[in-house]
Design a protein around this ligand. Structure first.
Ligand SMILES: Cc1cc2nc3c(=O)[nH]c(=O)nc-3n(C[C@H](O)[C@H](O)[C@H](O)COP(=O)(O)O)c2cc1C
Length: 346
């Protein structure tokens, strides 16, 4: 209430990326998580979900892209998320695309971004991750979302994924292979069978190698896909994912389609939030229909209420992730969803 009536209108008077950077700075400090935790605390054993080797204390997670440097995990945990996905991180630091590159569509509950993997690089990211891991409770799951540098050729992309995977292996609970952001030229081609098979196969080999070397056991791997794929492309992705024994698919990343918006002129980039929801849901249904229990689905796209979560779980998702809904509804959304879930659904 406070957020929607006072905080959000005040924040929306400023440039979206400046507000984002300011918020992340606040959330990365020591004080904010300490202040907000008592207000947002809501736990219930019934919310627990097991996926792959992991137990999530609740199925509501923070989507990738919000915490690209992995500095604000204590706040995500204090807000009540069961897990948070940090990144996308690339081996080398990147500035990303030219600004402005983030836009609100308040009348549609959407955002458009073309950030282009701005991030501090795997070394700095890993330092932050390690620091966060030390202070966070063990039941809070940390996902690391990895991508390729802009300058890396598609043929060498698997090396970039291997680099960040190895770098973050000890502290991550799971990894997400991001081959679906629309703002790095050519990245989505990595969803093609030959590239994807090479990436997933080499990562699973490395996963096994590291499992033997480190104290940390092999990690669950998820693949994050675009909502703009044909059925034939989805069929290939499902098959390659099953063949390489990954845990599941995150469906979906942002869309380059504007079909769910009224005719008009829009910024270029990936569209998220409400206009993405029906497109993402049809991808989730397709995956569940064709992969059944062989792949878990983490559903992402347009969640801004308990009903949206219920729909995602009803069509077969095991876990959900939120980004844009948090911008529009505020941090109280997570507690509200969990409370309604324990009341109505479980
Ligand atoms: C500003 C912004 C930046 C994002 N950056 C990333 C990213 O770095 N990596 C990624 O996998 N997804 C990224 N995403 C996509 C989200 O993780 C999510 O898949 C998408 O926004 C759909 O969920 P939503 O409708 O709840 O926002 C980004 C989304 C937004 C709005």
């Amino acid at each position: 209430m406070l957020y929607k009536k006072i905080i959000q209108p005040a924040l929306f008077r400023f440039d979206p990326e400046k507000v984002h950077d300011f918020t992340i700075k606040l959330l990365s400090g020591n004080i904010v998580p300490w202040i907000i935790r008592p207000f947002l605390k809501y736990e219930d054993k019934k919310l627990e979900v097991k996926v792959g080797r992991l137990t999530f204390k609740n199925p509501v997670g923070l989507a990738a892209g919000m915490d690209k440097s992995c500095t604000a995990l204590r706040s995500w945990e204090a807000i009540g998320f069961g897990f948070a996905e940090a990144g996308t991180v690339t081996p080398l630091p990147q500035e990303g695309n030219e600004k402005p590159r983030m836009f609100r569509l308040p009348e549609f509950g959407g955002l458009i971004n073309r950030l282009g993997f701005n991030n501090p690089g795997a070394d700095k990211f890993e330092e932050n991750l390690e620091r966060m891991k030390e202070v966070l409770p063990d039941d809070f799951m940390i996902g690391v979302n990895i991508g390729k540098n802009k300058r890396t050729d598609l043929d060498d992309a698997y090396q970039d994924y291997k680099f960040s995977f190895q770098r973050c292996f000890e502290s991550a609970d799971y990894f997400t292979i991001n081959v679906s952001s629309p703002n790095t030229e050519g990245l989505r081609q990595l969803q093609q069978k030959k590239f994807l098979d090479e990436i997933l196969r080499s990562l699973q080999e490395l996963n096994k190698e590291l499992d033997d070397t480190y104290s940390s056991a092999a990690k669950d791997i998820f693949l994050k896909i675009a909502p703009d794929l044909t059925e034939a492309e989805l069929d290939d992705i499902i098959q390659v994912s099953i063949d390489n024994n990954i845990t599941g698919i995150i469906a979906t990343n942002t869309t380059i389609s504007r079909a769910t918006l009224p005719d008009g002129k829009y910024e270029s980039g990936g569209l998220s939030g409400k206009p993405l929801e029906p497109i993402a849901n049809s991808v989730i249904k397709y995956i569940k229909k064709h992969a059944g229990d062989r792949l878990a689905v983490i559903a992402c796209g347009g969640i801004s209420s308990y009903d949206d979560v219920k729909e995602k779980l009803d069509i077969g998702a095991s876990l959900v992730q939120i980004y844009t809904g948090l911008v529009y509804e505020g941090p109280g959304l997570v507690k509200m969803i969990k409370r309604e879930m324990t009341k109505n659904f479980l």
